[in-house]
Design a protein around this ligand. Structure first.
Ligand code: ADP
Ligand code: MG
Length: 255
């Protein structure tokens, strides 16, 4: 219906660290099925925004809502269980396990539980969770990495490790997928493939929040772009609208 709340709504979120305003009155919405890109120079507050949405850092003030439900003060675990999955700016893969197992353990409702199972009882995990392994295989197929399923993350290129991270996020079947610089280390062909993949994910109704330093990728992939600068929203609009703004060219492309 028309008055259905957006999947994600961030209202007036401010985050202060001792002596520093990392986010200053940030507003944004991400509807289901849409890709919203966040761009901005280093230190703009992009990762802090992700942390505020996922409950890692509680906002100093303001509100984060998922489908109209206030989640501002929920723990990361509770927020994850409400259908929010993220990939991290630095990869968090476990090199003692295969690529397939890295994705499989992410299917558990909490990453920590999956990790503990994986480290202390890998055989049992494999037996009990054949179904999860099949789902993991499917996700590896989506990101084009089935050939690497039996390898260790450390043997893969940085770009391929980012793709494993993406498979780990997607196996949770999130309603909101948050990606922090997923294209770092990727070549143009890999970035084009990532763009196609994100569009396919969004087409299934998933809301995607794409944090990226890479302006061409964001403008190719996103339906809407939010420009952050020094913790403030400098501009919001379609990629074409945002790219035409002199203050955006100065603040972002000027760096
Ligand atoms: P971006 O991801 O856009 O590069 P960040 O969100 O990482 O920016 O950082 C925004 C600002 O907040 C920076 O000035 C950074 O130093 C500061 N900051 C981020 N995390 C912390 C923290 N845990 N404690 C103190 N300052 C932080
Ligand atoms: Mg960051």
């Amino acid at each position: 219906t028309v008055d259905e709340p957006p999947l994600l709504r961030v209202t007036g979120v401010t985050k202060r660290f001792a002596g520093l305003v990392a986010l200053d009155d940030v507003n944004l919405t991400v509807p289901a099925g849409r890709i919203v890109g966040i761009i901005g120079p280093n230190g703009a507050g992009k990762s802090t925004l992700v942390n505020a949405i996922t409950g890692v850092h509680r906002a100093t003030s303001g509100r984060v809502e998922l489908r109209g439900r206030d989640v501002t003060r929920l723990t990361p675990h509770r927020i994850a269980r409400l259908g929010v999955a993220r990939s991290f700016q630095s990869t968090r893969l476990i090199d003692q396990m295969t690529v397939l197992d890295n994705v499989t353990v992410a299917a558990y409702s909490t990453a920590d539980l999956g990790l503990r199972h994986a480290l202390f009882a890998p055989r049992q995990v494999r037996r009990r969770d054949f179904a999860a392994a099949v789902r993991a295989w499917h996700q590896l197929d989506r990101v084009g990495l089935t050939d690497a399923a039996a390898r260790r993350p450390g043997e893969l290129s940085y770009a391929d490790r980012r793709r494993v991270e993406l498979a780990r996020a997607m196996i949770m079947e999130p309603s909101l997928l948050i990606l922090d610089e997923p294209a770092a280390g990727m070549n143009p062909a890999e970035k084009a493939e990532l763009t196609r993949l994100l569009r396919a994910v969004a087409a299934t109704g998933v809301a995607v929040l794409l944090i990226e330093h890479d302006m061409p990728l964001v403008t190719a992939a996103a339906d809407e772009v939010v420009v952050l600068d020094q913790g403030r929203v400098l501009a919001t609009g379609t990629p074409a609208e945002v790219l035409a703004l002199p203050e955006v060219i100065e603040a972002y492309l000027g760096h």
